[in-house]
Design a protein around this ligand. Structure first.
Ligand code: SAM
Length: 204
């Protein structure tokens, strides 16, 4: 399957019906999701691998990984609506046999996987939430693809190195997110993001 075909399939996954500002539930746009997924395939991180999607939202990264040949995919989210929407979307795209979705806080996840894909909350509402996700992802996997608000590259690089990992590659993109604060005037805001590929090179 070509990347554009995957993107068209992922466009069938709608964002969650109600946007929870506190949980920062913006969806990864299908073009960025297909870029992350294809990059991960090219690097050997998806096909035949056990993959987790932390904060799966409507399931776009988890379902994409299943479509691209992951052997097993686990999606988790703290919001019950996200879990039911992910299950519904997995059924619609005929990958429910390869995907499992669990309602849980990322901090409670303790299953070993090969690869974690995640677009965590930026931490705008709950400080350092993205870092909590990243630390958990590195503790249970060998490779992590993680989307972060741009501008904290050095902090993230050093944080990962302190955990015994390494930032292997970084890509840049821009996504539109719904307004975060009541005083915001526009409905959506463009935000520059960095996508990190992080590898674990020491036992954690
Ligand atoms: C930016 S959205 C990304 C959604 C989806 N992965 C995507 O890429 O479109 C972040 C997701 O993390 C979830 N979330 C926030 N805090 C969480 C936590 N402590 N544990 C698990 N999921 C959480 C939110 O409910 C939301 O669905």
């Amino acid at each position: 399957m070509r990347r554009k075909e995957l993107e068209i399939i992922l466009q069938k996954i709608s964002p969650l019906p109600k946007y929870d500002i506190w949980s920062e539930q913006y969806q990864t746009p299908p073009d960025l999701a297909s870029f992350i997924l294809y990059t991960a395939v090219e690097k050997g991180d998806i096909e035949g691998k056990k993959v987790a999607d932390f904060g799966c939202g409507s399931g776009i990264l988890a379902i994409g990984a299943a479509i691209l040949g992951a052997s097993e995919v686990i999606g988790i989210d703290i919001d019950p609506v996200a879990i039911s929407e992910s299950k519904r979307n997995a059924e619609m795209l005929q990958v429910s046999d390869k995907t499992k979705f669990f309602l849980m806080d990322v901090r409670d996840f303790n299953i070993e996987v090969d690869t974690v894909l995640q677009n965590p909350p930026f931490g705008t509402k709950r400080r350092h939430m993205d870092i909590i996700f990243l630390e958990k992802a590195l503790s249970v996997s060998k490779v992590v693809y993680s989307v972060h608000k741009a501008g904290n590259t050095d902090f993230i690089r050093k944080f990962v190195e302190r955990l015994g990992g390494a930032v292997d590659e970084i890509w840049f993109s821009r996504i539109k997110i719904p307004k975060i604060h009541k005083f915001h005037l526009r409905a959506v805001y463009p935000v520059d993001v960095e996508i990190f590929r992080v590898v674990k090179w020491k036992g954690l």
